[in-house]
Design a protein around this ligand. Structure first.
Ligand code: T46
Length: 133
């Protein structure tokens, strides 16, 4: 499995840094939703699901965290610790987020609105769904 990380362009000057994200330019899909996770408790692991069709880009805009990616055959861990790097997660990938630093803010850009029907929250069901494809 290939871990796809985007390095966004940083616009820096003496005043500080700025990153701009535009759909279909910096982000490979139309952005329908933005959400963010913060104040994640120490030792907490979350996610534990795959999406049937949703694509997302995760950016840890403050602090750091780790993401386990599992395509049913192979697992990879991606560390997010820079506000200018984005992790692309396609559909049909099981994900778990963990090792959040106390100050972590994980921003997510998503290709669709929130739809519970798009989630696969059972790991065996996830394996069955990818093996049927
Ligand atoms: C994902 C990872 C990276 C909403 O009402 N709207 C939303 O857009 C989202 C994302 C969540 N919610 C509600 C549903 C739950 O009651 O917020 C609560 C927490 O959501 P969830 O348990 O799904 O959070 P995570 O951290 O397990 O997963 C989230 C996303 O749901 C998921 O798509 O890929 O972050």
């Amino acid at each position: 499995m290939h871990v796809v990380k985007y390095m966004f362009q940083q616009h820096g000057d003496a005043r500080g840094m700025l990153v701009a994200l535009e759909e279909r330019r910096d982000i490979p899909f139309e952005i329908k939703r933005v959400y963010y996770l913060y104040d994640t408790g120490q030792g907490v692991r979350r996610g534990f699901h795959a999406h049937k069709s949703l694509e997302q880009i995760l950016v840890c805009i403050h602090g750091s965290c780790k993401i386990l990616l599992d395509n049913g055959h192979e697992k990879k861990v991606a560390a997010l610790e820079k506000p200018y790097e984005g992790l692309y997660i396609a559909n049909d990938i099981w994900r778990e987020m963990y090792d959040f630093s106390p100050d972590a803010v994980l921003l997510v850009l998503a290709s669709d609105f929130y739809r519970e029907e798009d989630y696969i929250r059972d790991y065996d069901e996830f394996l069955k769904s990818i093996n049927h494809k």
